[in-house]
Design a protein around this ligand. Sequence first.
Ligand SMILES: [Zn+2]
Length: 456
Amino acid sequence: MKKRLLSFFLALTLLLPAVYAQGLSPSTADLDQQMETEHFVFHYSVKEANAPKVLSDLKKSFEGCYGRVTTALKQVPAGKSDVYLYPDISSYHTAFSWQNLPSSSVGQYYNGAVYMASPANPGTEHTYSDCITIAVHEFVHLVIDLFGRRQPTYLNEGLASYMAGQTGSLYYVREDVRAKRPLSLSEVEAIASFDGGRLYGYGHAYVDFIVKNFGNDAIIGLLEGQDRETLLGQTAERLNQRWLTYLEKEYGDRPPVIPDDNPPSVPDGNPPPIPDDDTPPAPVGFTDVPDGTYYTDAVAWAVDRGITAGTTATTFTPGGNCTRAQIVTFLWRANGSPKVSGDMPFTDLKPGAYYYDAAQWAVVQGITKGTSATTFSPNTVCTRAQAVAFLHRGAGSPASSVNVAFSDVAGSSYYADAVAWAVENEITAGTSATTFSPNEICSRAQIVTFLYRSFT
Ligand SMILES: [Zn+2]
């Protein structure tokens, strides 16, 4: 496993500036066949034995990511981009003979174009579908290059890996975090090119960290070469603290997760992980909600609407877990705190608790059926899948016409319709291009953001 991962990363080759300086160019003489699509020109050989299928799959991969990548990075290639498709790995290596490519290299971005071996003949180290994903990775490099600057390698590779949804390299991050030796931000910046999978893994995690905490536009600012501390409004020391907290939360050992909305009853009586959310409204900003995060506006909106008052007068605890009691309360307040009457089927809810009326409303509205016929489990943490399911039911369970492409959302799951609805309404874009992370604990920042996006 480890060896294969390593060779996989070695395959994603970065070009070196020295190569430009020498003015070398790969031979494309044999690639005299062309297929034009809306945004690409594919150059291939008459020797491409699997031409119809390979070209059709590559067209899907390149055109399929084009809008997403160019929109996210706010850069659009001037004309159609060239993709040079060699009929097999050895002809691709021959064309780049000066680069001494490792046997695992099957594609690269080079000087404005993408060059790759046919996914049908990728050698011994890769599968057909690896190569289709690598196509996205290389196109991301092409778009990054439109910023016209030499980018830090970890950012360039990390963004390509992140946008292609290549999560395999995160293995190295997880391994380090669990061994209590995560790399600091300055160590990430110093990773040598092709230091195993760490360059890709930490680069990928870094991009995810920036997007989750500061939003997509912060990535653009970094690609433009803006000073990071100024751009993010954080000292280097503070940013590194947040980075290490992020790593621990995302890749450290996890508490057990709840598989769905109707798990076996969980014994109650555990204290909530954070103070109950029934403190009086805070008139001022929270010290732990800086400007410019993805959830800053959402928290301000939620406070303004009386949906949350924070965990204390001065803190919101954005990274804190959201409990089931909190989410129904937030949803109830967002709907105007309607009073309802009716039987309360749950024996684990105390009349007078801040969430009691909210839970009763949620039952009447069909938003929750509890964790069993008689329990609601108010203090159990809420997963992202449950959060989106609650919101979807709160909105009346509208149907959705989009197909969700997240690899971790099975069409048969209880939350599949809810996730599709949330994507269609831009309530969530997932945790990466290809994942929704349904079983991750929903943080307070995430739930408030989901609510904000669904109500505004
Ligand atoms: Zn790359």
